[in-house]
Design a protein around this ligand. Structure first.
Ligand code: SF4
Length: 337
């Protein structure tokens, strides 16, 4: 699948890169990313006076602007805001801005992994997002609230769109000024993708979605995830995170009667022995039409205690914004065209 090109050549933040010299383009992109509108006076103050041609190029870009537009905005009771963004080809993706200062971005239109419990994978994947379309989600979220953390946990599997996502990580550092240490790449794995990630100059923190710790059952629950043995995927994640210097976050969406048993905890702890990381238990958010539910609270707490008793750090994540259908696993393709 090829990355798309915008229908108007100079739209999107990267359009500025094509229209202005590098230093001036970077300043313009930072101003836009901070929610401002670049003008000549701002360049003057930085000692970067625009030529007449550059000033005209900037005006031309401002007339076109970003490659994405906010089509709809829904605010949940807890302050979480879900943004529905329109793309140049009429597709739609969702981005979530959370009051804790985090922005959950999508990386593809749809998702090929097809996790049984997730709304995003219900219709498969339509296409990758470009790095502009990823970075601009953070820009739009910043216009709604303070954002200083980015998680690649929205619609799509980031490792399936690796080059564009890693380009976006670097651009979010350079243009939006959010360190890669405050960016988390969430993946179902694949040894090859994790090894490739080690070769990028700018690397985010890593979250590995396990959900079950048994290979055969994981293939049922995540039917199109990479078929590498879990032990190899975990080892590759551990190697990546040791390179980067931050622990792996192991994600486990809690599904009553599916992965909340004592045997599940046992397998999980076995799998993670000697690995530098922690478990993030995600309380499942119901998705209409899917036959899953979250375990009772006592069971969740018991699982956390059992994991901690084995010397592995564990936390519980109650997702943001379930009443706006903005929580983990609830983002779905809408207004499909
Ligand atoms: S949970 Fe993630 S990887 Fe699985 S279908 Fe949903 S978006 Fe794709």
């Amino acid at each position: 699948m090829n990355a798309p090109s915008p229908s108007v050549v100079c739209s999107g933040l990267s359009g500025l890169q094509r229209m202005l010299p590098a230093g001036k383009a970077l300043l313009a992109r930072r101003i836009v990313a901070a929610g401002g509108i670049p003008d000549e006076a701002q360049f003057d103050r930085q000692g970067l006076r625009l030529t007449a041609g550059e000033a005209q190029a900037l005006r031309d870009w401002l007339a076109v602007g970003l490659a994405t537009t906010v089509v709809e905005q829904v605010r949940a009771a807890d302050g979480t805001v879900k943004l529905l963004l329109g793309l140049f080809d009429g597709k739609r993706v969702e981005t979530v801005a959370m009051p804790v200062g985090a922005c959950c971005v999508s990386t593809q239109v749809g998702c090929a992994v097809g996790c049984r419990f997730c709304a995003s994978g219900l219709f498969g994947v339509e296409r990758h997002l470009s790095s502009d379309e990823i970075v601009e989600q953070v820009v739009h979220a910043r216009r709604v609230m303070r954002i200083d953390r980015v998680v690649f946990m929205g619609m799509g599997e980031p490792s399936h769109n690796l080059d564009n996502v890693m380009a976006a990580v670097a651009r979010i550092r350079d243009e939006v000024l959010i360190s890669p240490r405050r960016q988390t790449f969430s993946t179902v794995g694949g040894v090859r993708a994790l090894e490739r990630m080690r070769g990028f100059a700018v690397r985010p923190c890593l979250a590995l979605s396990l959900h079950v710790a048994d290979d055969a059952r994981r293939r049922e629950l995540l039917p199109n995830a990479h078929k590498d043995p879990l032990r190899d995927i975990v080892a590759a994640a551990d190697a990546y995170s040791r390179d980067v210097g931050t622990p792996v976050q192991f994600e486990w969406t809690l599904l009553a009667g599916v992965n909340d048993g004592e045997a599940d905890v046992e397998q999980l702890c076995e799998l993670l022995q000697g690995v530098r990381g922690f478990v993030n238990f995600i309380v499942y958010n119901p998705v209409e039409g899917l036959p899953f539910a979250a375990p009772p609270r006592e069971r969740i707490v018991a699982m956390v205690r059992a994991v901690k008793a084995r010397g592995i750090l564990a936390t519980i994540r109650d997702s943001s914004g379930p009443d706006a259908q903005a929580a983990c696993g609830q983002l779905r393709l809408r207004d499909r065209v």
